[in-house]
Ligand binder design. Structure first.
Ligand code: IPE
Ligand code: IPE
Ligand code: MG
Length: 280
C-alpha cells in the first residue's frame, strides 16, 4: 500500500515547506471551536463536530505527505465528560462512525493508529472499533496518529505516579532510580517523542489539561480558525512559523549556532530511558 501523494498547487506548497527547513517530527493539536463554528452558521453544535472530521482527514493526510512522524489529536478530554449528556452521546456516536468510515483510508495511507487516555471509559462499541483499528494498522510504517480520548495531562501524571508506586512496592523500582527520563516511561506517551509543535485552533490561548509534562519545550501556535475550518493551508502556515522559530531549550543563541550541523533528534521517553540506563 502506498501513501496518496499531493498534486498540483498543493504539491508545490509542500515542496516549498520541505525546502525551507525541517518539519516538526511530532505535531500535537487541540482541535477546538467546533461548537462555535456551527453556532455561527445557525447549526447545532454537533454539526461542527461532524465537519471537524473532514478537517481531521485533511490534516492527517497532509501530515503523512509531509513526512511528519507523529500527530497527536486531542479529541476528547477528561473534563469533556461533564458536557450535556446528549452532546457526549452524539460525540461518541460520531467517533464510532468516523473510526469505521476512515479505517480503510487510514490503512491505505500507511497510518499507524494509537490511542492515549482512559480508553476503558469509552462506550464498548467505540473501544472495540478503536482497538480493531489499532490492531489492523499496527505494522504500518507511515504517520503515527495518536488519538487522545478521555485524556488529560493531570490524569496521565497521576496514573504514572500510581504505577511507579506499585513498582516501588514490588521492588521493581528503587526511589533513587527515579529520573525525568524514567518518569517519561510511565506516561501514556512513553513510546513517542515530545511534541515539537502544539497547535490550538479557535484563538483560545490555553492548554486545557493536554500534555502537561510533554509540552515542556514545544513551540506553541494559536490559530484563529475554528477546527472545522482548519485545513492543510493553515497547517502549512503553522509549520512555516515553526521553521522560523529558534528553539533554545534554555540555552543561548550562540551555543545553538555552534551546534549547527549536528541535528538534535528528540528522543521518545523509552529511548531516553534506555540511553540513560546504558550509561550506568
Ligand atoms: C472541540 O470543539 C471539540 C471537543 C472538545 C470535543 P468544542 O466542542 O469545544 O467547540 P467550542 O470550543 O465550544 O466552540
Ligand atoms: C479542549 O477543548 C479539549 C479538546 C479539544 C478535546 P475544550 O473546549 O474542552 O477546552 P476549554 O473548556 O475551552 O478549555
Ligand atoms: Mg472548546
Amino acid at each position: 500500500m502506498a501513501l496518496e501523494k499531493a498534486t498540483g498547487h498543493d504539491k508545490k506548497l509542500q515542496d516549498r515547506l520541505l525546502e525551507s527547513g525541517e518539519v516538526p517530527q511530532h505535531i500535537a493539536i487541540i482541535m477546538d471551536g467546533n461548537g462555535r463554528w456551527a453556532q455561527r452558521r445557525g447549526l447545532p453544535r454537533i454539526a461542527g463536530h461532524h465537519e471537524g472530521v473532514n478537517s481531521v482527514r485533511d490534516i492527517v493526510e497532509a501530515c503523512g505527505q509531509l513526512g511528519i512522524k507523529y500527530l497527536t489529536l486531542y479529541a476528547f478530554s477528561t473534563e469533556n465528560w461533564k458536557r450535556p449528556e446528549d452532546e457526549v452521546s452524539l460525540l461518541m456516536r460520531l467517533l464510532l462512525k468516523a473510526l469505521r468510515d476512515e479505517k480503510d483510508r487510514l490503512h491505505q495511507n500507511e497510518v499507524q493508529l494509537k490511542a492515549i487516555g482512559e480508553i476503558h471509559k469509552l462506550p464498548h462499541d467505540v473501544q472495540d472499533e478503536l482497538l480493531d483499528g489499532i490492531e489492523v494498522m499496527k505494522t504500518n510504517t507511515g504517520l503515527t496518529l495518536i488519538l487522545a480520548l478521555s485524556y488529560s495531562g493531570r490524569w496521565d501524571i497521576t496514573n504514572a505516579i500510581r504505577k511507579m508506586y506499585d513498582d516501588i512496592r514490588s521492588g521493581a523500582l528503587k526511589q533513587e532510580d527515579i529520573t525525568e527520563a524514567l518518569f517519561g516511561t510511565y506516561l501514556a506517551t512513553r513510546d513517542y517523542p515530545d511534541p515539537d509543535l502544539l497547535i490550538r485552533t479557535s484563538g483560545e490561548v490555553r492548554i486545557s489539561n493536554f500534555l502537561l509534562w510533554q509540552l515542556a519545550y514545544s513551540e506553541l501556535y494559536i490559530s484563529d480558525e475554528f477546527w472545522p475550518a482548519f485545513r492543510r493551508k493553515e497547517l502549512y502556515a503553522a509549520v512555516a512559523e515553526y521553521q522560523r522559530r529558534e528553539r533554545r531549550f534554555g540555552m543561548v543563541s550562540d551555543q545553538l549556532k555552534k551546534q549547527e550541523g549536528t541535528r538534535v533528534i528528540p528522543l521518545s521517553g523509552m529511548e531516553r530511558f534506555l540511553k540513560s540506563v546504558s550509561k550506568l
